[in-house]
Design a protein around this ligand. Structure first.
Ligand code: NAD
Length: 290
């Protein structure tokens, strides 16, 4: 039976550590790290995600500012909201919840967030810093994946990692982080030929495709570690929908360790949002984010 990596417990530990840092920062500076969350429109899933993020913010003792904006807001008005948050010295981190309603240009909006407040790590400056191994703000889900891997792997050097999915928010940044750790990294995608044979070579499999049941037992070599980023809503046996990942977990008994869905990468993403906000506050007030 593969070991299940308990993302929920590991994320709770991380949030506890962030809370300690928040308290120390408050003592040092007399101010509280603050996260601004911009939520545009009525997407129900986005409302659930934002509620989770705000609950985690409170848990760490941080302050949050919410900007709930109508779905028909125009691009210029949304950019003006972001400019105001950029200019507000009391705000350390800014999160624009995606997806944005049709008619808004997400790239232009994310580019407007000041790089040093960009706690999602999506701004091109932070993407560039990550690609040269610099010290920018790094996207939360990839940080969470690496943290989970570190609970089961001591030395990454020379390990073969296969990443399934090449998105800007998961696949590409997690590939760069694995490369920094001196893994040999193969990034795959929908047009990759003979994917099972490539995945079979991996010591580490990170799957972020959004395809339930994609990674089968026969794709994974004995002793590999599988990080399942996928979040897919599928019909359950009782008629109610349930959430599953991209890997068929019950076929992975021969793996060394796997992450469950839910309760694996998801909680880590939220925890790293707060860790990044703490980091942004330190960069602003202590001159470094470490
Ligand atoms: P995306 O749609 O932007 O990218 C999906 C990638 O997977 C693409 O590069 C595509 O080429 C590749 N892909 C799709 N089908 C494939 C196939 N059959 N074989 C090989 N590659 C395939 O998605 P994303 O935003 O990166 O998210 C991926 C999944 O991760 C989704 O299920 C999403 O909900 C989930 N997600 C989870 C978290 C979390 O916190 N757990 C965070 C972000 C995304």
């Amino acid at each position: 039976m593969a070991r299940l990596i308990d993302g929920k417990a590991i994320a709770a530990d991380l949030l506890d550590r962030v809370a300690v840092d928040v308290a120390a920062f408050r003592t040092r500076h007399g101010i509280v790290p603050t996260l601004a969350v911009v939520l545009v429109g009525d997407d129900p899933a986005s409302h659930v995600y934002v509620a989770r993020k705000l609950a985690a913010t409170r848990r760490t003792g941080m302050t949050s500012i919410e900007r709930r904006l109508p779905a028909d807001i125009d691009q210029a008005a949304l950019l003006a909201q972001i400019d105001a948050l950029n200019a507000d010295a009391a705000v350390h981190g800014i999160l624009v919840q995606l997806p944005l309603p049709a008619g808004l240009d997400p790239a232009a909006i994310l580019d407007r967030v000041a790089p040093d407040k960009d706690v999602d790590g999506f701004h091109p400056v932070n993407v560039g810093r990550l690609s040269i191994g610099g010290s920018g703000l790094v996207p939360c889900t990839p940080l969470g994946c690496i943290h989970l891997l570190e609970t089961v792997i001591d030395d990454f050097r020379g390990l073969k990692a296969v990443v399934i999915g090449k998105s800007n928010i998961v696949g590409k940044p997690v590939s760069l982080l694995l490369l920094e750790k001196e893994c040999t990294v193969t990034v795959t995608h929908i047009n990759t030929r003979n994917l099972p044979a490539i995945v079979c070579t991996a010591d580490i499999v990170i799957v972020a495709a959004g395809r339930p049941g994609l990674v089968r037992g026969g794709w994974v070599r004995p002793g590999a570690v599988v990080i399942d980023v996928g979040i897919n809503r599928v019909p359950g046996i009782d008629g109610r929908s349930r959430i599953v990942g991209d890997a068929v977990t019950h076929e992975l008994d021969h793996a060394a360790a796997v992450t469950p869905v839910p309760g694996g990468v998801g909680p880590m993403t939220v925890a790293y949002l707060l860790a990044n906000t703490m980091r942004a506050a330190r960069m602003a007030h202590d001159g470094n984010g470490t």
